[in-house]
Write a protein that binds this ligand. Structure first.
Ligand SMILES: Nc1ncnc2c1ncn2[C@@H]1O[C@H](COP(=O)(O)OP(=O)(O)OP(=O)(O)O)[C@@H](O)[C@H]1O
Ligand SMILES: [Mg+2]
Length: 384
């Protein structure tokens, strides 16, 4: 491999988000209740967090703890968080550690900070709570602590995960509700399961209800231009125009890996690049959507009818899925009488499978808009 940077950086987007997290305006203060960032699969969420957002937060003087709940399936979500917090505290406690070095402007002294609790007891049953540990850290240093939990939806599926969310909320309240000028505890959860991630901030039963929800900005034309410019350096390379490349990228759901696949396939084209590229992209998009749509098979005919109803409805969402008109539609499709509870039950299952999602009160959409596009395109072909 050459030494080209493999990551397209998004410093402005990162700076903007870092600023909102650390220095919210009067209109943005619910950010301090927590932020839930969602986006469909494989569009660069994790890359953005690690490559751009964390450096931007650190540049603003924050301590960032990043945890991926899928990183080690042998550890529970709370064990992963406790470990990260303990490691950070340990570094503040170790004379001349790199972390102390980073914050040396804050008069902490080279000897480090001592805490009024055993660091390795943080999170243990009889030990120190996350709230206690994090408030003491912030009290003693005055810094902002940002905890980023990737694949946050994973915390919803176990009691351990739910306990963790309650413990994090308690930590947030212990720190952020204090009056006066002080460091804050910011929580950012991300994931690709839009319904679950959004539920965490909107459902009354959830500890983070009232937190902010937001959507990850997918990569755009500047990313495609960067990729094309990078490839242009190779001898005899066949490349599409930027316009055609970007449109193909969008067809494939703004997914960097798919773009690269399409560009590789383009190298064996015998027709003009701009003619071949859209075909390659459409084919790849359709293959990717098909593999997502496989998840539909397990829901039978009614599942397919439900998906059809939602996918072919308005982009902002389909309402009255349990109304007479919908039930008649379903009954016709499956050739049997369909009742509302049956549909309700299936809706919940298809949300859990990340095929559909709630877009608002009583509104449902296809979870991945790109899958919907491809699906709609196919229906047009089938109708011919
Ligand atoms: N800014 C970028 N520059 C270059 N490549 C990128 C960039 N962002 C993402 N990619 C590539 O796209 C792929 C998906 O990225 P990433 O894992 O960050 O996405 P994700 O949205 O977190 O995916 P998942 O839904 O699986 O968690 C990776 O191969 C990654 O290298
Ligand atoms: Mg990811």
């Amino acid at each position: 491999m050459s030494s080209v940077d493999d990551v397209f950086h998004r410093p402005d987007y990162a700076k903007d988000m870092a600023k909102q997290l650390l220095r919210p305006t009067a209109f943005q203060t619910n950010i301090r209740s927590g932020v839930f960032l969602s986006g469909i699969r494989r569009i660069g969420k994790t890359t953005f967090l690690k490559q751009d957002l964390i450096p931007a937060l650190e540049a603003e003087g924050a301590l960032v703890l990043y945890i991926d709940l899928w990183s080690d399936r042998s550890l529970t979500p709370s064990a992963l968080v406790h470990k990260a917090v303990q490691q950070a505290l340990e570094k503040f406690n170790t004379p001349s550690s790199s972390l102390l070095e980073r914050f040396k402007g804050l008069n902490m002294g080279a000897a480090g900070i001592s805490f009024g609790f055993q660091i390795d007891s943080v999170g243990s049953r009889e030990g120190t709570s996350l709230a206690q540990a994090i408030s003491e850290l912030i009290d003693k240093t005055g810094i902002n602590v940002v905890l980023i939990v990737d694949e946050i939806q994973q915390a919803l599926v176990t009691d351990d995960g739910n306990n963790l969310l309650h413990a994090l909320k308690a930590a947030r309240d212990a720190v952020n509700a204090k009056p006066g000028d002080h460091g804050y505890f910011l929580f950012l959860g991300t994931g690709s399961h839009k319904s679950l991630v959004t539920d965490m901030a909107t459902r009354r039963s959830q500890p983070f209800m009232g937190a902010m929800t937001t959507t990850y900005n997918p990569l755009s034309e500047d990313f495609v231009a960067w990729k094309i410019a990078q490839l242009q350096a190779s001898p005899d390379v066949i490349l599409p125009s930027l316009e055609v490349a970007f449109s193909g990228f969008q067809t494939m759901g703004n997914r960097p890996e798919e773009l690269l696949k399409a560009l590789v396939q383009l190298q064996s084209t015998t027709i003009s690049a701009d003619q071949a590229f859209p075909i390659i992209c459409a084919t790849l998009a359709s293959a990717a959507a098909d593999s997502e749509l496989h998840a539909l098979d397990q829901f039978g005919q009614l599942g397919e009818a439900l998906f059809t109803r939602i996918a072919s409805g308005p982009a902002e969402g389909v309402s009255r899925l349990y109304g007479a008109e919908s039930l008649e539609f379903f009954s016709k499709r499956v050739n049997a009488n369909v009742e509302a509870p049956q549909v309700q039950n299936l809706v919940e299952k298809m949300i859990a499978a990340n095929l559909i999602t709630r877009s608002g009160h009583g509104l449902y959409v296809v979870a991945d808009p790109f899958v919907r596009e491809v699906w709609l395109g196919k229906q047009v072909l089938l109708a011919i």
